[in-house]
Design a protein around this ligand. Structure first.
Ligand SMILES: [Fe+2]
Ligand SMILES: [Fe+2]
Length: 190
C-alpha cells in the first residue's frame, strides 16, 4: 500500500484510446470522493484514485477499432474485450514486476462479481480484493452513464437504480450504499 505510483504507468496511460482514457479519469474522480467518504489517508486516497484511473489499462493491448466498434459485437469480439483484465495484469507485471500490488488487484479483479459470476477468476464475495470491489461500483456507474461504443447510456437515476438492484449480486452492498450516499455534486454525468 505504501508503494508510490511508478512513473512508467503514466506512459502506459497515455497509450490508451481517448474514450478509455476519459472513462478512467472519471472513475478516478469518483474514487477520490469515495476515498474521502471512507476517511482514507491522503496517501491511500491518491493510490486508490490513480489505480482507478488505470483500471482498464489492459485495453491498450486491444485494437482501437474494436474498442470503437458499435453494438452489437460478435461473441469473439466480446470475448477479446473481456481479456483486458488479464492483459492489463500481465502488462503491469512485465513493466513493474512486484511493485504496485494494490494496482494489480484492481486491474485484474474489477470485473469480478460479488455472486461469483464475474471474470477472469470467478472470485466470490470478500475473496474479491476490497479495492476491486470498490472500483467495480464506480466503473459500472460511469460505464452506464456515458455513451461508449459498446454500451447504451442510462440516466443518472437509471444507473443508480441498477446499482441498487445489483447490490449483493454484482456488487458489494456496502460500497453501493456508500456510493449512492455520496454527494450528488461529486457525481457529474454531463
Ligand atoms: Fe474494465
Ligand atoms: Fe472500466
Amino acid at each position: 500500500m505504501a508503494d508510490p505510483i511508478p512513473t512508467e504507468l503514466f506512459a502506459l496511460a497515455m497509450r490508451q484510446d481517448a474514450v478509455t482514457f476519459a472513462h478512467g479519469m472519471r472513475v478516478g474522480m469518483h474514487a477520490r470522493e469515495m476515498a474521502k467518504a471512507l476517511g482514507m489517508s491522503k496517501e491511500e486516497e491518491n493510490h486508490f484514485t490513480m489505480a482507478c484511473c488505470l483500471h482498464d489499462i489492459g485495453k491498450v493491448l486491444l485494437p482501437h477499432e474494436l474498442l470503437a466498434k458499435k453494438l452489437p459485437l460478435e461473441a469473439d469480439e466480446m470475448a477479446l474485450i473481456r481479456e483486458h483484465p488479464v492483459l492489463g495484469a500481465e502488462l503491469l507485471t512485465s513493466v513493474l514486476g512486484s511493485r504496485a500490488p494494490y494496482l494489480l488487484t484492481i486491474v485484474r479483479s474489477h470485473h469480478e462479481r460479488w455472486d461469483g459470476t464475474g471474470y477472469p477468476d470467478g472470485l466470490y464475495g470478500t475473496a474479491i480484493p476490497k479495492w476491486a470491489r470498490m472500483c467495480a461500483v464506480l466503473d459500472s456507474y460511469d460505464a452506464m452513464t456515458w455513451q461508449r461504443s459498446y454500451n447504451r447510456v442510462k440516466t443518472d437515476a437509471q444507473a443508480r437504480d441498477e446499482l441498487w438492484r445489483q447490490r449483493g449480486r454484482q456488487f458489494d452492498s456496502y460500497f453501493v450504499e456508500l456510493f449512492l450516499d455520496m454527494s450528488p455534486s461529486s457525481i457529474t454525468t454531463t
